[in-house]
Design a protein around this ligand. Structure first.
Ligand code: SAM
Ligand code: SF4
Length: 433
């Protein structure tokens, strides 16, 4: 969701006449998009902000610095004063005001706060999204979340769930495919809770699946309690990509109840079985939290047991971080730091084994890769994603962002594959005039 918000902001900057800077040093404006899901992300955002406004401003006095995203929504006017000194702050529901704020900044105004306490609007104008590639797009179907998981700050910084009109989603996707997009990822904190005037998520998927030109249709994030069998059966057919992100959070029913997640481990596993049965080769990614208040050794063993049973293809694991406004922050019952660290390491080690097992069978197989950027490790090598959303590095080939190729896999790592292009299926689309 933050990536899409950055693209929305980039579109407005462009419309106001700004162009991307060659490098950080030469930028005349820096806009930090921030996350406050964990304290570490928030601390990083405020520390980077201070670096920009203090050290950098001393060297580069003209530079304007702004903050958007969840930290902006959470800290508001505090970011305009010491020690942060941002020039402007943009709440999560105020991205569409960026252009007007830029005009005020250029007229010499500073210390601008655009903030909506309830964060109840939609604030999404598809015509202003500036995407990196014309081949892939994030498309929001809902904003905010009403689930109130006891650890999560999202409902407080992004508001309660608001659903987007189906007509507007369908129009945006049609327009995207007409200009060469083949890979659409629908976004919502809980996409499966989507409903608008009797149209439920599965109905929306049905309508989108019929749009010409679509090759990979995905959605994130799936809340296990809201995933229905009809959606899973629909995922079995093109243009759906065989990929799902379905956070488990914990494998202990006791902890899941304290987290207010609304499912048990048996119910979660039932949905994993649906996916394995109906969606051939489906990659299942999950989020797991370690060290929730009062998590016992037995609770943690339950989590490991589900990880073994589910054979996740990928897991994003997090150490629990108490967040303001949330119920769990008042639970007390903190788990000792050393215990949490040891559990975290065990979870990582187990998932590393699973990842390796899941990626190894790709070696010597041919996979379709949509090139989307440069490799993290080697900035001269390009990389892309397979339909299962696996990163495929293509170190020996020259490709353009947006190209669709077939690659033979030569090596499997823990989190990514290495391949060699064997056929070029589609060139990168021509940029808009
Ligand atoms: N909507 C998604 C869902 O239902 O799971 C998750 C969105 S949340 C922004 C992304 C991930 O951050 C969560 O799945 C959770 O594992 C992690 N997370 C959220 N709050 C956290 C906290 N207080 N401490 C540590 N991790 C947290
Ligand atoms: Fe946070 Fe739960 Fe909503 Fe996900 S479903 S955003 S974890 S409150």
């Amino acid at each position: 969701m933050n990536k899409l918000d950055s693209e929305l902001a980039a579109g407005q900057l462009e419309a106001a006449g700004f162009v991307p800077a060659r490098d950080e040093e030469s930028a005349c404006l820096v806009l930090l998009n921030t996350c406050s899901v964990r304290a570490k992300a928030q601390d990083k955002a405020t520390s980077v902000l201070s670096d920009y406004t203090q050290d950098e401003r001393a060297r580069n006095g003209h530079r304007l610095v702004g903050v958007m995203g969840c930290v902006a929504q959470q800290m508001k006017e505090r970011l305009l004063t010491a020690p942060y000194h941002a020039d402007f702050v943009l709440g999560t529901g105020n991205i569409s005001q960026l252009r007007e704020i830029l005009e005020r900044l250029l007229a010499g105004e500073r210390g601008i706060l655009a903030y909506e306490p309830e964060c109840s609007g939609w604030d999404y104008d598809p015509s202003t999204v500036r995407r990196k590639s014309l081949r892939s797009a994030f498309v929001a179907v809902s904003r905010g979340c009403s689930n109130l998981c006891s650890y999560c700050i999202v409902p407080y910084v992004r508001g309660t769930i608001r659903h987007r009109e189906p007509k507007s989603i369908i129009e945006e996707v049609k327009l995207l495919t007409e200009t060469g997009c083949i890979d659409v990822c629908l976004l919502g904190q809980n996409v499966n809770a989507y409903r608008y005037d009797g149209v439920e998520f599965v109905h929306l998927l049905e309508r989108l699946a019929h749009i010409d030109g679509m090759r990979r249709l995905r959605f994130i994030t799936t809340h296990p309690k809201d995933l229905c069998l009809d959606t899973v059966k629909m995922m079995a057919h093109p243009p759906f990509a065989p990929y799902i992100s379905m956070p488990l959070q914990s494998g202990s029913d006791r902890v899941l109840c304290l987290m207010n997640r609304g499912y048990t481990k048996e119910e979660y596993m039932e949905k994993v079985c649906w996916l394995r049965e109906h969606v051939e080769g489906c990659f299942i990614s999950s989020d797991i939290m370690v060290g929730f208040p009062g998590e016992t050794d037995a609770d943690f063993e339950d989590t490991l047991q589900v990880v073994r049973l589910a054979q996740f293809d990928n897991v994003y694991s997090f150490i629990y971080s108490p967040r303001p406004f949330t119920k769990a922050a008042g639970f007390g019952n903190e788990v000792e730091r050393e215990v949490v660290k040891a559990r975290f390491e065990r979870l990582l080690a187990l998932q590393r084994e699973n990842n390796t097992k899941r990626l190894r069978p790709f070696v010597r197989k041919t996979v379709e890769v949509l090139v989307d950027g440069m490799s993290r490790k080697d900035r001269s090598a390009c990389c892309g994603r397979s339909p299962q959303n696996i990163i495929v590095n293509l170190p020996d080939d020259r490709c353009e962002i947006g190209e669709l190729v077939l690659a033979e896999i030569t090596k499997a790592g823990i989190h990514s594959l290495v391949g060699k292009v064997t056929k070029r299926l589609m060139p990168a689309p021509a940029p808009k005039p």
